[in-house]
Write a protein that binds this ligand. Structure first.
Ligand code: ADP
Ligand code: MG
Length: 256
């Protein structure tokens, strides 16, 4: 049975896509059968996996509106080895079309069901909003991974997301839980970041992943080469952190 995780945070630029692509590549390397679902019309996870979003005949859009099954739209990441259900701008229109469809929040969940035995992990890269697309991600998932920067307003921004997750849990998906908070773009030299990090541990305890992803330029350079950071420069500190995170996820799913 596939374990399905949504990487979500309604803020943009917090490291969702970087986390999805690198976790997918690190899980694949650890022998886990992994699918990355790109749910963002920007298609950054698609491009970062080395798949050209402009040349797609099928994408997650066709899957969500019922024009294609998953096996017609998924492709293998040439650089990362994992499977990708890619996205491009077609997905921007899906939001409006989905509203009129039956089971509109459960389209992704339904689409993944038939392929449950193909994967150990499914990772869903959400757009920076609490939209119907994100809702599809949350309805399909067993858990949410929340990447966050240790900034002054980080905890405040978290409450909207936590409330949304609670509502989805109550009304749409009883399986859903927060798996954990992942500290990303971490700069140990900043006292403030260390303070916020300590606060997170105090408030959320076990829910804070042990792995901490540092700010690392190699992770930011990798997408322009169409490669996950863990493949582009596996010895870089950022890559090492994502490999440690993958190992932690493999451990953690055993307890779910
Ligand atoms: P989101 O998907 O939440 O919008 P991204 O993963 O696209 O966020 O990250 C935003 C930007 O920050 C990108 O340019 C990315 O390359 C960069 N970035 C992400 N994580 C790191 C990191 N640990 N160190 C340095 N740059 C990072
Ligand atoms: Mg993104």
């Amino acid at each position: 049975m596939a374990r399905i995780f949504c990487v979500a945070n309604q803020k943009g630029g917090v490291g969702k896509t970087t986390t999805c692509v690198n976790l997918a590549a690190a899980l694949h390397e650890a022998g886990q059968r992994t699918l990355l679902v790109d749910l963002d019309p920007q298609g950054n996870a698609t491009m970062g996996s080395g798949v050209d979003k402009r040349g797609l005949t099928h994408s997650v859009y066709q899957v969500l509106v019922g024009l294609a099954a998953l096996d017609h739209a998924r492709v293998a990441s040439p650089s990362g080895g994992f499977d990708v259900l890619p996205a491009n701008r077609d997905l921007a229109g899906a939001e409006v079309e989905l509203v009129a469809l039956e089971r509109r929040e459960r389209r992704l969940r339904d689409a993944l069901q038939a392929f449950d035995n193909d994967y150990d992990f499914v990772l869903i890269d959400c757009p920076p909003s609490l939209s119907l697309l994100t809702l599809n991600g949350l309805c399909a998932a067993h858990g949410v991974i929340i990447p966050m920067q240790c900034e002054y307003f980080a905890l405040e921004g978290l409450s909207d997301l936590v409330n949304t997750i609670k509502k989805v849990h109550a009304n749409l998906n009883r399986d859903l839980k927060i798996i954990g908070l992942l500290r990303v773009m971490f700069d140990t030299r900043m006292t403030l970041q260390q303070q916020v990090s300590a606060q997170l541990e105090e408030h959320f305890g076990e829910k804070v992943f042990r792995a901490v992803v540092p700010r690392n330029v190699r992770l930011a350079e990798a997408p322009s080469h169409g490669m996950p950071g863990v493949v582009f420069d596996r010895n870089a500190k950022g890559a090492q952190a994502y490999m440690a995170f993958a190992a932690e996820m493999i451990e953690r799913v055993k307890t779910l």
